[in-house]
Ligand binder design. Sequence first.
Ligand code: DC
Length: 206
Amino acid sequence: MIIAIDGPAAAGKGTLARRIAAALGLPYLDTGLLYRAVGRRVLDAGNDPANVAAATAAARALTEADFQRSDLRGPEADKAASQVASIPAVRAALLDFQRHYGTQKGAVLDGRDIGTIIFPNADVKLFVTASLEARTQRRYAEILGRGEHVSIEAVRADLAARDDADRTRAAAPLIQASDATLLDTSTMNADEAFAKALSLVKQKTI
Ligand code: DC
């Protein structure tokens, strides 16, 4: 079984996807981490994440160790991931890995293009979103929880810029698949969102 969970940044996709995977006994892949790892490799090499050749080489050279790094989250990694993700050759280099991962034992995958490009025939497709304000509050709380300091205005501006870049890029833009179910979590807490998502998954699979 393939469950595709797409949506904008900080909509709570990761938490939901992880919990659904645990509830159903399926492997879980956070595909955003792939783009984050590519962005980090490019930055490490002193290159610009918008540099097509450098980003493509980094995507082709990824290893397991790249996903274990502790610096894949935070504003710098967010921005670099969004930049490399707009490069078609980077996306192409990551495509087989994602498909292979899903077809071993089935999986829950979260990202931007899982239901549109990676697994257009997924058994269940959820498009998880929330208002910019709700996502800003959640991301702000998460950053403060890590003991870091940032202004809420900066968080809001970062999310809005990343949404815009992810939605308007030519390669695999963030878009709700025509057969995906919309789940707006703006007024839900994490438990409510999980209960709703699990019931949607069950409706589609029994
Ligand atoms: O889900 P995330 O915030 O960790 O994703 C980081 C960036 O990677 C995001 O700006 C968009 C990109 N991404 C993508 O283009 N396609 C995916 N399947 C997952 C993430």
